[in-house]
Design a protein around this ligand. Structure first.
Ligand code: SF4
Length: 394
């Protein structure tokens, strides 16, 4: 029997079609691809609940029939949802979309149990379904976005809201997709880089996924981090059309060795380095350190496949500790591990590493030795710089 999964945040890529060509588009060139009923069915068959779900694209409202099908199937299957939203470019005013929004919001509101916080309840029930219309200098809308917002407001019921989203003056744009070809934006100093993927994380001993997850319109499952179509196609955890979502989630927990937070730090350091906000030498040293941890964790997963993520982090920490402690004045130790956190002595780390090796020999000696022999090749295979798309930024 398939295990169903609960998501904190789940993204449905409705379509890769788009009727605009915004210069700041992180997705890249639009594609003639739309989600199928089969992809929706396979997903919903595997989902027990979503705290929040998001429609993304391309321009999702170009495919009202698929939005309607998705929403009605959520209702028919009685899937638990707390809220849903979409950002649209504002060019499509669809009654079908507005009605689907109302139906799903009503379904969610009817199942909601009031709490003692009357004001909190009122606010929540007023904004279960959200439509946000983009408004900035990059979207080439023929009319004011506010007109589209007003248009949706006349159709939406009292559980839904429509808003206009402004691009704030100090907001950065991801150096992805079409942006990479735009010299003006790339040189504006207002870009950030998204280069480091991260693992899927499940709450301990549950089927609840903490990290955002996305299903692409072609069925591929990725983390819901902002990304280009190209990145999604290159780095995904599997396809819902060929295996159950729960199995893909299990793989996603091991496919990438960095947590969401670590990947965010990597992206920040990388961005600051590329935009000249930190010293070149220091920035490169930090990235080299992160790359070494990434490679070490990948290798560790291979040699000790039975380890939990937490055990692997500790084992790699001990390995690095032993290496770095050889040169006590290494800048990495103090930059990465603030002194007060750097408590494990080199001797303790050696002891813990030996224990890990003994455990590996006792648990699965054959796999231990066979993986050891393929270790050298693994290290050579693992790219030092993380995401393939990274090369395009250099
Ligand atoms: S930013 Fe949105 S509206 Fe603009 S081209 Fe990309 S997907 Fe289309």
């Amino acid at each position: 029997m398939k295990s169903k999964v609960i998501f904190k945040s789940f993204c449905f890529e409705i379509t890769r079609k788009c009727n605009m060509k915004c210069l700041h588009c992180m997705r890249g060139e639009a594609q003639d691809l739309t989600i199928s009923k089969q992809v929706i069915d396979e997903c919903l068959d595997n989902i027990a609940g979503m705290y929040d779900f998001i429609l993304t694209g391309g321009e999702s409202f170009l495919e009202p029939d698929m939005i309607e099908y998705l929403f009605d199937e959520i209702i028919r299957r009685e899937i638990t949802v707390y809220g849903f939203s979409c950002v649209t470019n504002g060019s499509v005013r669809s009654e079908k979309v507005a009605k689907a929004w109302n139906r799903l919001a009503d379904y969610i509101a009817a199942r909601y149990k009031l709490t003692e916080d009357a004001e909190g309840d009122r606010k929540y029930l007023r904004s279960i379904g959200r439509i946000t219309v983009s408004y900035d200098k990059y979207h080439q809308l023929e009319y004011d976005a506010l007109e589209t917002v007003k248009w949706y407001r006349q159709y939406l019921n009292n559980h839904c809201i429509a808003l206009r989203e402004n691009l704030e003056e100090n907001e950065t744009i991801h150096a992805l997709g079409r942006v990479l070809e735009n010299d003006d934006i790339m040189r504006s100093g207002k870009i950030d880089y998204v280069v480091c993927p991260h693992r899927i994380s499940l709450l301990k001993d549950t089927n609840m996924v903490e990290t955002g997850v996305q299903v692409g319109c072609n069925g591929i499952i990725t983390c819901a981090k902002d990304s280009s179509f190209e990145q999604q196609d290159k780095k995904n955890f599997g396809n819902i059309l060929t295996e159950p979502l729960f199995d893909i989630m299990q793989r996603g927990m091991r496919a990438e060795p960095f947590t969401e937070k670590e990947a965010a730090v990597y992206d920040r350091v990388y961005t600051e380095l590329r935009t000249g906000k930190i010293d070149l030498k220091q920035g490169n040293e930090l990235l080299t350190y992160f790359d070494s941890v990434y490679t070490a964790r990948k290798v560790c997963q291979k040699i000790y496949p039975w380890m939990t993520f937490e055990e692997m982090v500790e084992a790699v920490y001990d390995d690095m500790n032993i290496q770095l402690r050889k040169t006590e004045d290494s800048p990495y130790i103090f930059t990465i591990y603030p002194l007060e956190e750097y408590k494990v002595t080199r001797e303790e780390s050696i002891k813990r590493t030996q224990t890990t090796k003994i455990k590996a020999l006792l648990t699965d000696p054959l796999s231990y030795f066979s993986n050891l022999s393929s270790l050298k090749a693994s290290i050579e295979e693992t790219p030092l710089k993380i995401w393939d798309g990274f090369k395009r930024c250099e």
